[in-house]
Write a protein that binds this ligand. Structure first.
Ligand code: AKB
Length: 315
């Protein structure tokens, strides 16, 4: 039996992607792996395995014994955490990607998915409607690792025919699991504070716009890209991807419609410099033209959906 391996399944994206992949392929065909055994307990609907992506022998063994034909490699150190331990972030983000690409080549896998990010852009990038192709001088270790990773993906596609596909995600906002260590993560935390009846302190300025996306749109984009015929995937570094852009003030206002007593204050910290180096909005016309990408959620619709569903996950 051929299987799909998800590395870093218990993270924010993996938690939801694993469920959708299981619904599409069947529970026997999906293996959710994570370094944290406790975090795997929620995956009672598919196969699971504890896996440290840095343990190459263990990963190779699993790929062999489980006949893995596709890998979703989601494990990474994100932007804010990466700045606290740059060398570790570089090592984990780069070594793991190169190893997965090598495995794909060696075992002639069908497809690989690897997420990139708006973090590949930097202070000299055009900030509004950032084009697919433009100056990229990221100044976080996370961004540098994503930019280098994109080059490696294209290299493995061109030199070895590895069918690796990638999206430059904006900030992802979901309610089913907590994010870890990103600059855009304030936009998840703010909903938790509103529902808990607490004051929210934003670590970004009130007017700091960033590109964002609701998780159902991110899952749809990922699987639309992975299901697209090979010849339609024309960009083999990573596709720009966009849905909504908003500031802390704007997301606060959208929540206040539902929670009139909700309050906010602004205390920018080191993450403000990271946000300032990223685009305000993204031009994703290539994704729309090549494989028909279209988002469903705007800020208002996302806020209403999160506020209706999050309380169930907070108990
Ligand atoms: C982060 O903030 O580090 C991530 C990202 C934009 O890739 N959410």
């Amino acid at each position: 039996m051929e299987r799909i391996l998800i590395i870093g399944a218990a993270g924010q994206l993996g938690s939801e992607l694993t469920l959708t992949l299981t619904q599409q392929y069947g529970s026997d065909h999906v293996i959710a792996t994570d370094i944290n055994p406790k975090a795997l307990e929620k995956f009672d609907f598919c196969k699971t395995a504890v896996l440290d992506i840095m343990n190459q022998d263990a990963v190779r063994q699993l790929v062999k014994t489980e006949n893995v034909k596709q890998i979703y490699h989601l494990a990474a150190v994100l932007s804010a955490t990466g700045e606290k331990n740059p060398l570790f972030a570089w090592q984990l983000n780069m070594d793991s990607l190169l190893f997965v690409l090598e495995l794909a080549k060696e075992f002639k896998m069908e497809k690989i998915y690897w997420p990139s990010s708006i973090a590949v852009f930097g202070p000299n990038t055009p900030k509004v409607n950032t084009p697919q192709y433009c100056v990229k001088e990221p100044n976080t270790v996370y961004g540098i690792s994503k930019q280098a990773g994109e080059r490696w993906c294209e290299y493995y596609f061109q030199k070895f025919g590895v069918d690796v596909r990638s999206l430059r995600y904006p900030g992802l906002i979901g309610y089913k699991s907590l994010p870890g260590g990103g600059t855009t993560d304030y936009a998840v935390d703010i909903y938790h504070k509103a529902i808990a009846g607490e004051h929210f302190v934003s670590f970004l300025r009130e007017d700091s716009a960033l590109p964002m996306m609701y998780m159902p749109d991110a899952i749809k984009a990922t699987l639309d890209l992975m299901h697209a015929p090979r010849e339609q995937v024309k960009i083999r570094s990573s596709y720009n991807l966009a849905a909504i852009s908003f500031t802390p003030r704007e997301i606060f206002e959208s929540i206040k419609v539902h929670y009139p007593d909700f309050s906010i204050s602004y205390e920018p910290d080191f993450r403000q410099a990271i946000a300032d180096s990223w685009p305000d909005s993204i031009d994703d016309s290539s994704a729309r033209a090549d494989w028909g990408w279209k988002h469903d959620y705007d800020l208002k619709k996302m806020t209403a959906d999160i506020l209706a569903n999050l309380p169930e996950y907070m108990v």
